[in-house]
Design a protein around this ligand. Structure first.
Ligand SMILES: [Zn+2]
Length: 139
């Protein structure tokens, strides 16, 4: 199974490694009691290898994939309690606001409107931060 990566993040990490090499070279370059040329050459070789990796990443073909959007269902219409837990008769998608009429058992793993994967962990909802959504409940 292919593994998709964030090429921009990898390139940024490689550029940081090149910067570290350059810093180490600049510290060793100049008048010194010891001959540091071997170490400087090794650091230059390492920096060149990182540059080659960057070139490879920049020229790699992009895969035909879409970023996964994560969301969660928010209970919007309170319908009483069952076993001490609130029961809702209507939910909305935290990403697009799509309204789903039905109880928790009828919810889908993906929003049928925007396609978001409804697996977002609890505690990240902007909706729940608002004071006007007293009945809102994350599922
Ligand atoms: Zn949605």
């Amino acid at each position: 199974m292919p593994k998709y990566i964030d090429a921009e993040a990898q390139i940024a990490m490689l550029r940081e490694k090149i910067k570290v090499c350059d810093d180490l070279i600049s510290r060793r370059d100049g008048p010194c009691y010891h001959d540091e040329s071997d170490k400087i050459d090794a650091l230059n070789d390492r920096a060149l290898a990182y540059e080659e990796a960057i070139t490879m990443l920049e020229s790699a073909p992009a895969a035909d994939v879409a970023e996964v959007v994560h969301g969660h269902w928010i209970g919007t219409v309170w319908d009483g309690y069952a076993g001490g837990n609130p029961v809702y008769g209507q939910f909305e998608c935290s990403v697009c606001g799509y309204e789903h009429a039905g109880e928790k058992g009828t919810l889908t793993d993906y929003c049928p409107e925007c396609g978001s994967r409804m697996d977002e962990p609890s505690g990240n909802s902007e909706h729940l931060d608002g004071k006007d959504e007293d009945n809102a409940n994350r599922i």
